[in-house]
Design a protein around this ligand. Sequence first.
Ligand code: 3NM
Length: 210
Amino acid sequence: MDCNRLNVYFIMGTVNCKKDPLKTLEEALQAGITCFQLREKGEGALIGAAYEEFARACQKMCQSYQVPFIVNDDVELALKLNADGIHVGQEDLALSTFREQAKGKIVGVSVHNSREMKQAILNGADYVGIGPIYRTKSKTDAKPPAGLPFLSAMRKQAGNFPIVGIGGITEENASAVRSSGADGVSVISVICHSKDIKQTVENLLLENIN
Ligand code: 3NM
């Protein structure tokens, strides 16, 4: 996949948002995020028809900004909505199913060590997410922070393969994540909790130019 798509990769679900989730997404799109993942997880997450309706609204918004709409861990919904892609973790094991059924879609996989990365690439992933780089409050079962040296080591192993860093990434540390080998930064809270989403996204994007 085009690595530029990973530049500022926003992930969100309704439980991550302090204000209206669709408004948050729209502001992020207006500000220039380059990819979006719907990750409707955690206590109070939408289910059933409300979940699907919310997903469709997010998708429509992403389409109007020509930003890829990726679904986290729900192959059924991704196929039903004809989403641009799916992101799966190690537990989800849905990669091969989705790959077979959705040729040409984006497939992302979360990896935490070199064996998982090798396997994801062999299984046909389009990009890998490596994290958590720093401590995160947005994922209750997150592993301990892996740090930048780990990211650099994974970059060495991956050659030019598209990598996005995730976990505890902020406007301040995004450039360090990039210079340690990530093609882009994947964030939840720094955008969801921002008082000025436009400025936050600009700062995350700007880091790329330095
Ligand atoms: N996956 P924030 S860390 C969704 O390590 C997710 O695989 C992670 O949220 C992983 O930007 C994480 O608020 C949460 O730290 C990222």
